[in-house]
Ligand binder design. Sequence first.
Ligand code: MG
Length: 250
Amino acid sequence: MIHLKTPAQIEAMREAGRVSAKALRRTGELVRPGISTYELDRFAENLIRMEGGTPAFLGYGGFRGSICASINDQIVHGIPSKDVILKEGDIISIDVGAVVGGWVGDNAATYAVGEIAPKTQRLLEVTQQCLRNAIEVCHEGNHLGDIGHAIQSLAEASGYGVVREYIGHGIGHDMHEDPNVPNFGKKGRGIKLKNGMVIAIEPMINLGTHLTQGPFEDRWTVFTADGSPSAHFENTIALTPNGPVVLTAE
Ligand code: MG
């Protein structure tokens, strides 16, 4: 069941979005060769708590971090660790959410660690553009499939693989609410979008095949099937009569 939000509820969700966005941006600024994903996680959790929130991911389904830190061919759900030290040429996807006042915000971005290969840089840029294109179609009367189509059409035209198994989601009092928001789809298909919907759109785009593997021993981290790098960008978006509003903004 989709929980439509009132304008006052959307206003309240802005604070969760703001804290989530600040945690992502500030943690992203620390990305550099030599830092561990554990240190990034500690920083993000402290920031969220100092801003009056609680980390949305910590303890979720037993997850042990406040961020997901996914390196290179890891698509999503990488577990922060003292043993994972970033090095020049890596990319890292940081996914972080905060709960404030009972509302959840969720966002992600992929960062370059120092200098990265031009083809990987391009992957990051195109994935971010996929997210922008998807946000643009978030208007009442459009269809859920329009969002997936906006992402898939640009990603595949660029020669990339669109992850199928992991998708965006409705968000509100719970981190994962209806509807599911796939990163693939056909124009005009799926349910109609309505004002009051709040959704997390999160394209996961691979430089190679769309196929995934894992999780393995750690029961969380998902990898590309061919070892190619994967990028991930996410925002929490409210549909309003004035158009889409990015709630994960400072
Ligand atoms: Mg999400």
